[in-house]
Write a protein that binds this ligand. Structure first.
Ligand code: PMP
Length: 292
């Protein structure tokens, strides 16, 4: 089946989906994007993703050429065009075509792109075994330099962390902020479980994850205490359980950090409970793609 990509009002086959080399999304990483999933014919937390994307655009003074409602329709239309019910969706808004200088004032029209593909469980059998994560030396961008809550096309900081994790043989990177506090993974938020309670780094030093938000809600429903905290190596190495969350990663246990087993070295009961509750939530809620 052909796969279609949306660019500025039209659909193109995957091979023909191209944008200008003068687009500042390419030249400078100037733009914002989202990673969204659809489950069982419904888009999970569509409004939250669109709100985050438009807040990011506002923060970089990028005025999207389509309204939030239009963007949502573009996403649903891309899913329908590709006959998808379960998918990973990647909307992107770049600053658009400009000259070789970095000045955004020279870019008259932002580019709007939407890609949707089938993408199953990102970490394969590691949902059963748990990730073997490694701490990395590269620090998360300081919010004072590049706010981590803008999901911008500039992902080099995260890529540097991932490269280091790859070199060290880890499945995922654990990144600290410039002050030495646990921040997040290369593409997911981090949670630490100790004595029946969950802690996660403050939202100011990581991306405000939609899955992270869902975990707070689920903890409320399940009666599991959860709070934000500054944490370091000690908190991880002495944790009972750890897990990461993200749209692509969903909820995945972390059973080793820097070669040290976390808790029993197996996915723990609280993590498993949340994984099941998250699955249920994603399968039963969301914006319908089709009329059926
Ligand atoms: N942190 C980073 C750096 C990410 O790229 C992502 C994935 N978007 C997340 C956290 C998790 O966010 P979400 O749950 O909204 O996918």
């Amino acid at each position: 089946m052909a796969e279609y990509v949306y660019i500025d009002g039209k659909f193109y086959t995957k091979d023909d989906a191209k944008i200008s080399v003068y687009d500042h999304g390419l030249l400078y990483g100037d733009g914002v994007f989202e990673g969204i999933r659809a489950y069982n014919g419904k888009v999970f937390r569509l409004d939250e993703h669109i709100d985050r994307m438009y807040d990011g655009a506002k923060a970089i003074m990028l005025t999207p050429p389509v309204t939030k409602e239009e963007m949502k329709e573009i996403i649903l239309e891309t899913l329908r065009k590709n006959n998808l019910r379960d998918a990973y969706i990647r909307p992107i808004i770049t600053r658009g075509k400009g000259d070789l200088g970095l000045d955004p004032n020279k870019c008259p029209k932002p580019t709007v792109i939407c890609i949707a593909e089938t993408w199953g469980a990102m970490y394969g059998d590691l949902y059963e075994k748990g990730l073997s994560a490694v701490t990395v030396s590269v620090r998360r961008n300081a919010p004072e330099a590049l706010p981590t809550n803008i999901k911008s096309l500039n992902y080099l900081n995260n890529i540097l962390a991932k490269l280091e994790a790859n070199v060290k043989g880890g499945n995922e990177a654990i990144i600290f902020d410039v002050r030495g506090n646990l921040a997040e993974g290369s593409g997911d938020n981090i949670f630490v479980v100790k004595g029946g309670a969950i802690r996660t780094p403050f939202v100011q030093i990581n991306l405000n994850g939609v899955t992270r938000g869902a975990v707070f809600e689920l903890c409320g429903k399940l009666g599991i205490p959860i709070s934000e905290a500054n944490m370091g190596y000690f908190d991880m190495y002495t944790a009972d359980e750890m897990f990461v969350t993200g749209t692509a990663a969903e909820i995945c246990p972390v059973t080793k950090v820097d070669g040290r087993p976390i808790g029993t070295g197996k996915p723990g009961p609280i993590t498993k409970k949340l994984m099941a509750a998250y699955r249920e939530l994603t399968m039963t809620t969301g914006t319908p793609i089709y009329d059926d």
